[in-house]
Design a protein around this ligand. Structure first.
Ligand code: NAP
Length: 244
């Protein structure tokens, strides 16, 4: 498959490594350009490209940029082949992204992102800590394999994305349509809590739309106050404790 990844940060770079290792042709772009991608692409089959060129010929395009920057991706998405599947990994953090009133008023984050880029999106890989993505992948069928939620309106697209998620080491649970994707936004029990398929199904049902943003902010406060060691285990445990 030809996979375009926009964003070469914690998530985008790791997805590029894993998906290229799984045999896909991966083109990676960021905002600074090809030179800045050398460290990531050296000794790999990942192709560093200018962002203006990254979506051409892609079967799947993964947007992995800060939430508020999604509008900037519209021009790149407009060049994408008609049948390409678009994936959004982003999460809204007002402390980083500024306040976006539509999202504050309850519009699911990826519905907003989809409106900004002008194409349907599948939401995936947003509810996994970057450290979990790097360290905790396992082969299909491994007992207690960690699962992550996905959502979207196109079943075929979701099946393709579920296979790609599996290639990166994780099971998936289909959380439903994009309108339902608030169930795994920051502060929800399904968000970055390292659950199995069975546990994740329960967590998605427990989600509370009004409480999640409050939980998100409470979690960020514990982190800013230095109360949570920045280890994967401590962050996942803190998320589990404060997301209800
Ligand atoms: N970190 C996590 O644990 C985690 C987990 C799950 C989901 N997420 C979400 O996934 C998204 C990416 O997270 P991250 O931690 O990987 O972010 P990050 O490390 O800050 O990387 C963001 C990347 O986006 C690129 N970028 C920004 N605007 C762009 C534009 N207009 N065109 C092309 N590239 C652009 C940046 O380019 P430059 O490198 O040139 O600056 C950078 O490579 C965020 O929305 C985040 O909330 C993060």
């Amino acid at each position: 498959m030809n996979i375009a990844i926009i964003g070469s940060g914690n998530i985008g770079a790791e997805l590029a490594r894993k998906l290229s290792a799984a045999g896909h042709t991966v083109r990676l772009a960021n905002s600074r350009g090809v030179e800045s991608l050398k460290d990531i692409t050296e000794d790999t089959t990942i192709l560093a490209v200018a962002k203006e060129d990254v979506t051409r010929d892609a079967n799947v395009i993964i947007l992995s940029i800060p939430f508020a920057r999604n509008p900037e991706a519209a021009a790149l998405v407009a060049q994408a082949p008609v049948g390409a599947i678009l994936v959004d990994t982003s999460n809204y953090y007002p402390s980083r992204d500024g306040r976006i009133s539509e999202v504050e008023n309850g519009k699911p984050e990826t519905v907003w992102a989809s409106e900004q880029v002008g194409r349907p999106l599948v939401k995936a890989w947003n509810a996994i800590l970057s450290q979990t993505l790097v360290e905790a992948g396992a082969a299909p069928g491994t007992p207690n394999r960690i699962a992550i939620p996905i959502a979207g309106d196109d079943l075929t697209a979701k099946r393709v994305v579920a296979d790609l998620v599996s290639a990166t080491g994780f099971d998936t649970v289909d959380a439903g349509s994009l309108e339902e994707s608030w169930r795994f936004q920051p502060g929800s029990p399904a968000y970055c809590t390292e659950l199995t398929v069975e546990e994740l199904e329960v967590a998605l049902q427990k989600a509370n739309k009004e409480r999640s943003p409050l939980n998100r902010d409470a979690i960020m406060e514990t982190i800013s106050a230095g109360k949570v060691p920045m280890t994967r285990a401590a962050m996942a445990a803190n998320n589990r404790q404060l997301s209800n």
